[in-house]
Design a protein around this ligand. Structure first.
Ligand SMILES: [Zn+2]
Length: 447
């Protein structure tokens, strides 16, 4: 009896200790680099205005931007980072990718249905951690990660980065893609019925009750945006179905991103007032006009024609689509869907190579840069909290040689990356040690 009492006491003491520790950790300032940092920017770029200012200083304190301007007094003891020979700008955004999947020519012939069968959630989560670092090294400080991420490996990645285990972009993740029966897969009856193989790559929701439940499941398991398959099947979602998605997601302050592959699907999604249309293959000049009228985001996925991917014919269609969207004043994002392995290239290099498509469409460098930054923060619905180099926001800063307002290819050689006030890359070399921790330094309550 005495022993039992003593065990119970120990359990209670341990529980209290955990609660106290958690509360304390959450209240702490997030882990960042040196308390005070001064960045000397040779050329500070404002992508929103399309302007550059010479010899600026950015003062960062505890991970947050405190002052920006010329001739600032550098506090005694501040670490000075000299980027006086570089162009300094806010981080880039890839508004459509899938970090926890990497399909390949070998062995699966780029068929991701097989990748899903071959790669466990665990290995895909580790791939996501690596892909995140590769993208951060290329200057992408924000990634919108839209499903096909096994059993919530995208949530695991986001939480691991936010808790402070490892470096990576800020992740806006969707959890599972919600679709009508089958999602984007075409499983055999025995695989679908006996093994429910569509799940967790897709979450079937056909009725209104199922739609509400599916949205709530994703919210519960850490999604920050809701991704749906509008028209992956002939029995895709109706306008009413999508309005229900929008209202249910809005309860958690979330937007709805719709995969669209047909003109009818696009028309329905526009009528329903969806936040963003993902992919651009189905978007005509007329649909672009409707999107511009209603302010719907075009998250096109403009794959360039390269020796490793695409076709001349497909590329011409892609470029024509970009030109039409630009001419019609549609809200556009830089978004790639680059979720495959190209031998000899890392994920960041595959993504930045999408500049080929934007250049081919004749869009001026300063507009491409604005689309990759300002528009990216907006489509991620994060611009008030992160993105711009603005007093009070987290210090996410990159630097490149040359001037990307004139030559967008300057973005191909990112030399410096700071995330949350911590240097991730310096002189072109990744230096991740400040990001690596043996515990959740920013608090275990982050979910
Ligand atoms: Zn995609």
């Amino acid at each position: 009896m005495r022993q039992r009492v003593s065990r119970a006491s120990i359990v209670i003491v341990v529980c209290l200790a955990v609660i106290t520790a958690g509360g304390t950790l959450e209240a702490q300032t997030p882990q960042t680099g040196s308390r005070s940092i001064a960045i000397r920017a040779g050329r500070l770029i404002d992508p929103d205005a399309g302007t550059a200012a010479a010899n600026q200083i950015i003062l960062v304190d505890n991970g947050t931007i405190r002052q920006v301007g010329p001739n600032l007094t550098i506090p005694a003891g501040a670490e000075v980072i000299d980027l006086s020979k570089l162009s300094v700008l806010p981080g880039l955004v890839d508004a459509h990718n899938h970090l926890a999947i990497t399909y390949k020519m070998e062995p699966e012939n780029n068929i991701y249905y097989l990748t899903y069968v071959l790669d466990s959630t665990a290995i895909r989560a580790i791939q996501a951690a690596s892909n995140g670092m590769q993208l951060l090294s290329a200057g992408f400080t924000i990634e919108r990660d839209l499903g096909n991420n096994a059993n919530y490996a995208d949530t695991a990645l986001r939480v691991a980065i936010e808790q402070g285990w490892l470096p990576g972009p800020t992740i806006i993740n969707s959890g599972l893609i919600i679709g009508t029966m089958g999602g984007q897969f075409f499983p055999t009856p025995e695989m679908a019925k006996d093994h429910n193989i569509v799940y967790p790559e897709y979450l079937d929701a056909d009725t209104h009750d199922e739609i509400v439940k599916a949205v709530r499941q994703n919210i519960l398991f850490g999604a920050k945006v809701i991704k749906i398959c509008v028209d992956c099947k002939p029995y895709g979602y109706s306008v009413d179905d999508m309005k229900l998605f929008v209202s249910e997601a809005a309860k958690a302050g979330m937007k709805v991103a719709g995969h669209v592959q047909t003109q009818d699907g696009a028309r329905r999604a526009i009528e329903a007032g969806i936040w963003s249309i993902e992919h651009s293959g189905a978007l005509t000049d007329e649909l672009h006009k409707l999107m511009a009228q209603k302010g719907i985001w075009r998250v096109g996925t403009e794959t360039p024609f390269t020796p490793y991917r695409g076709s001349q014919q497909g590329f011409e269609r892609t470029v024509a689509g970009l030109k039409s969207a630009y001419a019609n004043g549609v809200k556009m994002a830089f978004s790639t869907d680059a979720d495959y392995y190209i031998p000899g290239m890392n994920r960041g290099e595959v993504v930045i190579n999408f500049l080929l498509s934007w250049k081919a469409a004749g869009i001026p460098a300063k507009d491409i840069l604005k689309i990759m930054t300002t528009n990216g923060y907006k489509v991620c619905d994060i611009e008030s909290r992160r993105g711009p180099i603005r007093v009070g926001l987290p210090a996410d800063v990159i630097a490149v040689p040359g001037n990307p307002l004139e030559d967008i290819d300057a973005l191909r050689s990112v030399q410096f990356v700071m995330k949350d006030g911590m240097v991730f890359k310096r002189d072109g070399v990744m230096t991740p040690e400040k990001f690596l921790h043996g515990g959740p330094v920013n608090g275990w309550r982050i979910r």
